[in-house]
Design a protein around this ligand. Structure first.
Ligand code: SF4
Length: 248
């Protein structure tokens, strides 16, 4: 049973939610012409957003963080997405020398040693490249959904990040069933790891499959306490603990 079989379901209001998400993206593109980017993790939600952007020919750049620890399947999806839509995905990698130094000092699995080292790894491989990805942009688009976790229950459609940039979450009110119904309807490419029970996909050493009934994000940093699970990508004005990892 693949991810579409598992999750896709048509529910009342689906078409209206699709139309509203497209309208929000179009309005954001117009308000931030030439300075707006979708920060994609290539997860299911982000693939829906990329499809909407491509389908409606919206002038929104698409960029991703290549942390150097992604699954091969994720890297293959980035290439396949470019081919499928005929667009280029900007890729931001961590600083090579700093990364080499970190690995030499703490080892390949430093993130398992302590929360502090895990956060240091996220800062190096995600936060610093994200800062470059967002440099010169006045707005970004993410695939955050309220249903994804308690910490995301209040995600608004439009927010402001700590640097004062507009942050748009057009799928905030979508369900997992909506996401997969859209993917099925439109033949959107998606990460084959979703078919192997990875609902949320991040770096290879920090992501595992989840068991039936486990939380959406149970497969992320599973060795840590729930309250520690954040890497700062989505630090926002939302009340704590709405600090979390992307759709990355
Ligand atoms: S998710 Fe894991 S491997 Fe990726 S940057 Fe964070 S700690 Fe490092």
């Amino acid at each position: 049973m693949n991810a579409i079989d598992q999750h896709a379901r048509a529910t009342p209001g689906f078409e209206a939610r699709v139309a509203a998400a497209a309208a929000r993206l179009a309005a954001a593109a117009q308000a931030h012409a030439g300075r707006i980017v979708q920060a994609t993790s290539l997860g299911a939600e982000d693939m829906v957003l990329t499809d909407l952007i491509a389908r409606h020919r919206l002038p929104i750049a698409i960029a991703t963080l290549d942390t150097g620890r992604l699954h091969p399947e994720t890297l293959q999806l980035a290439d396949a997405t470019e081919r499928h839509y005929g667009l280029a995905i900007e890729r931001f990698a961590p600083a090579a020398e700093a990364t080499l130094h970190f690995v030499r000092e703490h080892g390949e699995l430093a993130m398992r040693q302590s929360v502090a080292l895990r956060k240091a790894c996220c800062a190096l491989r995600k936060l610093e490249p994200l800062a470059r990805l967002l440099n010169g942009r006045s707005a970004w688009v993410t695939g955050l959904r309220r249903e994804q976790s308690d910490a995301r229950a209040e995600v608004p459609f439009e927010d402001t990040d700590d640097a004062g940039r507009a942050k748009f979450n057009p799928l905030a009110d979508w369900s997992q069933a909506d996401v997969w119904h859209y993917i099925a309807l439109h033949g959107v490419p998606y990460n084959v790891l979703h078919d192997r029970f990875f609902p949320s996909i991040g770096c290879e050493p920090c992501t595992r499959a989840v068991a039936l009934g486990e939380d959406f994000r149970a497969g992320r940093w599973w060795w840590e306490q729930e309250s520690a699970k954040e890497c700062g990508l989505h630090v926002s004005a939302l009340p704590s603990p709405a600090l979390s990892e992307t759709t990355a």
